[in-house]
Design a protein around this ligand. Sequence first.
Ligand code: GRG
Length: 296
Amino acid sequence: MTAEFDFKTYLGKTKATVEAALDGSLGPEHPESLREAMRYSLLAGGKRLRPILCLAACELAGGEAKQALPTAVALEMIHTMSLIHDDLPTMDDDDVRRGRPTNHKVYGEAVAILAGDALLTRAFEMVSLRSPGVPAERLLKVVGELSLVAGAPGLVGGQVVDLESEGKQVDLDTLEYIHLHKTGALLGACVITGALIGDADDTLIAALRTYARGIGLAFQIIDDILDVTGSSDVLGKTAGKDLISDKTTYPKLLGLEESRKRAIDLVQEAKTALQPWSTRARPLLALADFIASRDR
Ligand code: GRG
């Protein structure tokens, strides 16, 4: 018989490991003002879902989580830089993120842009220069995956289509394109890079790509729903912004109930892809449910 899996304990322990690694990840950046702006956003809390997905995928593939820790930190750095840039006046123009004033509100726009740039480049340093004990050939694959998802084929491309869609009503295909690129790509990279470090075979990588597509889209649908149903206090960012800016969202196109149903179906598809690995996949299966049921 296999031991019970306690997701709450797993989440608490893994999050603490990630927080400690993030705290130790920034070296003596100069000048001090840049270091402060980078730390301000990197250590501002957040669910740390991306690094946790990476560590869980590494273990599923048979690797040790500590081997993937620098890459997990890199993923959170890329995520954080994308939030800093997304919040800028020239993009989403947000004043609050993770329950505190956005980076540019505290440090000014120029430093916020540069802090984001420094986090992005530091992410690649974490993988290529600070991942002891991982074969170079695996790290090269990780660098390749990260450069694809961060750039035009991923986050940047998704963000541009999102910005170009402002003030227009887009159809479901375009909305899906935006979310698969803006949000899904990085979530996918978390499990793929973790699995690559754990030396996953092609069958597992293919299953993880299916899993990632399901959780990636579900994550964004829940994000859209929370924008309607959540409160700014709990979310740590301005709720109701999509409605005010007349943005096309899943609830707007499908209604709240149908959107919820779609998220649940996507999570189910994601979990089905990992069924062959059932016991070792328990953290990723539980993380999929967590994504569907989250309130922040
Ligand atoms: C990566 C080179 C490069 C540029 C960034 C600005 C931009 C290009 C892309 C925008 C990407 C973006 C902000 C997508 C939204 C993703 C999303 C749903 C974020 C919220 O994630 P949570 O809920 O946040 O996991 P916490 O705070 O918990 O980490």
